[in-house]
Ligand binder design. Structure first.
Ligand code: ARG
Length: 307
């Protein structure tokens, strides 16, 4: 895992320089390109639609953005990943296409704000995590937002916005486990992960590459199922992102998170390579929400509150 951290960090430094498949730095996109472009597009959109109240980002939508369903922004996610996305007992901040399931969480709330800026209605397409990128690639959903880590491999399949959060892969074990460090995972242990996640990718890799080998990993459809397997003794540890890990440990007796070598990852929104205008618009809206403190407020509400 240590080796991976270095490779991953090097990769991520390169990644952080370009959003939406562009080659420029994120800073120059924000500072130079965005204001000029937004202004021009605002005039165009106002002339065309006569919309007086549109925000700059929304004006861009009116002028040049297409989504899979007119007037809607479909978010492909796996809503079993608290506090980023989960179903809600109340109204939540968005629903599925049928309007019957309500969703909340950091990603859901940030996405709702982005949709609002773009003049679109957010619709949640809840699916297995391993399908979120393909659903965007195949044009079924507009954006993959799922605590989705930016990796070089995923960058081949979708374009990413700038990052809006960091995640850390951690190890959950039973309180009485003899596993004390990540290195102990190499002692013929079985590791539970969520299917298709970076946790799976690192752990299932060969020992030479810093992993534990495919034979030592069992994939589960979602984090909750991996945790159930851990409690039932079917696996010795679960590797998952830190914030969901905290929530799972909080509601399940007898589990703890190892204080260990962490792998830091960047979360971003994945958008079809065939829709660069949407990626630009979502990225601009996201950066406005980061700049005015909205994203931080949402994060604090779910994570830092009471800490
Ligand atoms: N950050 C990890 C990854 O991108 C796990 C994300 C899982 N997300 C979810 N909504 N289940 O691979």
């Amino acid at each position: 895992m240590k080796k991976y951290a270095a490779i991953l960090l090097a990769g991520m430094m390169a990644l952080s320089l370009a959003a939406c498949g562009g080659s420029g730095s994120a800073a120059s996109t924000k500072e130079e390109a965005a204001p000029a472009e937004a202004e021009a597009v605002t005039e165009e959109a106002e002339a065309e639609a006569g919309a007086a109240t549109t925000t700059e980002a929304a004006a861009e939508t009116a002028a040049e953005i297409t989504t899979v369903s007119e007037g809607e922004l479909h978010m492909a996610t796996n809503a079993a990943f608290p506090p980023y996305e989960m179903t809600s007992d109340g109204e939540g901040f968005a629903t599925d296409a049928a309007g019957s399931v309500h969703f909340e969480g950091i990603d859901v709330e940030v996405a709702a704000k982005i949709a609002e800026k773009l003049g679109l209605k957010l619709v949640i397409d809840d699916m297995e995590f391993s399908s979120v990128i393909t659903s965007v690639q195949s044009g079924k959903a507009d954006m993959a937002m799922a605590g989705l880590t930016v990796t070089e491999e995923r960058k081949q399949n979708v374009d990413f916005t700038d990052s809006y959060a960091t995640g850390v892969q951690v190890v959950i074990v039973p309180e009485d486990s003899d596993i004390a460090t990540v290195d102990d995972l190499a002692n013929d242990k079985m590791i539970g992960v969520q299917d298709g996640t970076t946790g799976y990718i690192y752990c299932s890799d060969t020992v030479e590459n810093g992993g534990y080998g495919e034979d030592h990993v069992t994939s589960y459809t979602n984090g909750a199922m991996a945790i159930e397997a851990l409690k039932a003794g079917k696996v010795d540890a679960v590797v998952i992102d830190n914030e969901p890990a905290k929530q799972f440990v909080a509601v399940n007796e007898g589990l703890k998170i190892l204080d260990t070598e962490y792998i830091v990852e960047n979360y971003a929104i994945g958008i079809s390579k065939d829709n660069p205008a949407l990626c630009e618009a979502v990225n601009n809206a996201l950066n406005e929400l980061i700049a005015d403190g909205t994203v931080q407020q949402i994060v604090d509400k779910y994570i830092n509150a009471g800490e």
